[in-house]
Design a binder for this molecule. Structure first.
Ligand code: GLC
Length: 523
């Protein structure tokens, strides 16, 4: 069999440009897919930072004019190869020559309309790559399955191509008025006459991705289940339930080349299980010294590395952080985000200089040093599609305290005092004091029950968080789509219901995971 050809499309891809976990995933997955036997490539916008820092590595393929309503716009195509993976870049300075990835809401909608149209126009001859699977990620690429149907497959172009749409975070949906989107994307009225693309009267890119993709995935089995419910569904739970038959949860992995405590150039002392104690202690002392904390080997060092947004449970943290400090914990927070959280955390750190540090910045080097130094890693997220940092923390012997949601629930086994099983601590409710009590319990074990703590570290550090398992699941999904009898249909597959009535009637059990035999029926 020829290798399955996959093109991943995303707005951010590490190591080129990163805002959040999406970049890490789209940066690491293709390499692992290639190991599974796929021909996996990636395409993203050519942002200013990439253009400036990689000038000599970028190869120019050519350019095209891409239609956007009444305009024709230049789109250049560049590529580079990194670690055996081909990365393509879409160039247009008006849209992408910015320091930031995301600039302003309405403008971002326009920028990613352009990006999606340019990628589709490039496919095939110009790109010299005709993927079997077009793998879209988050709202910035959510209109591509629909555009593929509307403007290509119906004309017999790319008719064998299948689409996967991965939801990394359902909260961000890409919403705009019908008239503007109709103009940017040159779509006929019929796409806006039923509610397959509309939510509350506006075009919703996330919804269109869910409805029109041949397959939808999310980044953990628990999140796949949660987003079908009112509480986590962000208003799209009904849509997801109707399309449950094609929704799968596949857990992310972490890049073990980038994150390995035994071979990490960015940390003061490397370490590996079982001889971790000395190296970890050296990393902890170094960070306490560097950040002006009391250099005390016995103080539980609690770390959070996160975007400072409400999703991450920062309100719970702020409510009880004073009591945590009073209890003798040291706390370090690294990240940027909402000004409210930046100020609140900085204020608290200023008042407790030897116990707490708030580094309001983005620093990969400091992040590595903190994972290596931490005893406890805090993650009280309100929701967490997957979360990567709890897995990174565990592999560095930092024990997570997290809320039981999404990927946190799927990766953290709460400590069981009867069996000794567990690699972390969890709490169920969005309740600051539940978070506090579990963290205090963890600190008590850290201080007074060294053998139990050593057991937690063993299970955390020896866990397998690599991409192998997940890449295999994506590969199996691609393969099942590739071999589907509807390969050259040139229209929405028969399994895709058309009328809303039919969609309601066809509501099927959700496939939570290939590995999970207990299919759950959502009513
Ligand atoms: C988003 C989610 C995070 C997930 C990441 C990668 O950033 O918030 O939970 O790990 O995407 O899929």
């Amino acid at each position: 069999m020829n290798p399955i050809k996959v093109l991943l499309v995303a707005s951010e891809v590490a190591p080129f440009i990163k805002v959040g976990g999406l970049a890490d995933v789209v940066g690491a997955l293709p390499r692992n897919l290639i190991e599974q036997g796929c021909d996996a490539r990636v395409i993203l916008p050519l942002y200013k930072k990439i253009k400036q820092s990689r000038t000599t590595q970028l190869h120019f393929h050519g350019w095209r004019m891409v239609k956007m309503g009444w305009r024709s716009l230049y789109a250049g195509l560049y590529s580079t190869v990194l670690d055996g993976v081909t990365f393509y870049f879409v160039d247009n300075e008006y849209y992408f020559n910015f320091d930031q990835v995301y600039v302003e809401y309405s403008f971002d909608i326009e920028r990613f309309c352009f990006f999606q149209r340019a990628v589709l126009d490039f496919l095939g001859e110009f790109l010299q790559f005709e993927p079997d699977i077009l793998h879209c990620n988050d709202w910035q690429t959510g209109m591509m399955p629909l555009l593929l149907d509307a403007q290509y497959r119906t004309h017999g172009i790319h008719s064998a191509m299948k689409t996967v749409f991965t939801i990394h975070n359902l909260k961000y949906q890409g919403i705009h008025g019908i008239d503007t989107i109709k103009d940017f994307l040159d779509l006929p009225d019929r796409y806006f006459s039923d509610d397959s693309t509309l939510k509350e009267g506006a075009v919703n890119f996330m919804k269109a991705g869910i409805v029109y993709a041949n397959s939808v995935t999310t980044v953990s089995p628990t999140y796949a289940y949660e987003i079908m419910t009112d509480h986590y569904g962000e208003g799209l739970n009904d849509t997801l339930q109707r399309h449950a038959y094609k929704v799968t949860g596949i857990l992310n992995g972490i890049d073990d080349k980038e994150f390995s405590p035994s071979d990490d150039k960015l940390i003061p002392a490397t370490f590996a299980y079982p001889h971790y104690a000395e190296g970890k202690a050296a990393c902890k002392a170094a960070i306490q010294h560097r950040l002006g904390l009391l250099v005390n080997p016995g103080a539980p060092l609690c770390v959070m590395i996160t975007r400072l947004v409400d999703q991450k449970g920062l309100d719970l943290f702020l409510r009880v952080a004073g009591e945590m400090l009073f209890d003798g914990m040291q706390i370090v927070i690294l990240g940027t985000g909402d000004v409210f959280y930046e100020n609140a955390l900085s204020d608290m750190a200023r008042k407790n200089p030897t116990k707490m540090c708030a580094s309001i910045m983005f620093s990969n080097e400091l992040a590595h040093s903190l994972y290596a130094a931490a005893d406890i890693y805090l993650m009280p997220s309100l929701f967490e599609p997957c979360g990567l940092s709890q897995m990174i923390a565990m592999s560095y012997g930092a024990i997570p305290v997290a809320r039981e949601t999404g990927g946190l629930k799927d990766t953290i086994i709460p400590y069981n005092e009867y069996t000794g099983e567990g690699n972390g601590f969890t709490f169920a409710n969005i309740n600051a004091h539940e978070f506090l009590f579990v963290t205090k319990y963890a600190c008590d074990l850290y201080r007074n029950h060294k053998e139990i703590w050593a057991g937690l570290i063993r299970q955390a550090m020896l866990g397998d968080y690599s991409w192998n398992r997940s890449a295999r699941e994506y590969f199996d999904l691609y393969k099942s789509m590739y071999e589907s009898p509807y390969a050259d249909r040139g229209e929405i597959s028969p399994e895709e219901p058309h009328s809303e009535q039919q969609k309601m009637e066809d509501s099927q059990p959700v496939r939570i995971s290939k590995n999970n035999k207990d299919d759950k029926k959502i009513k």
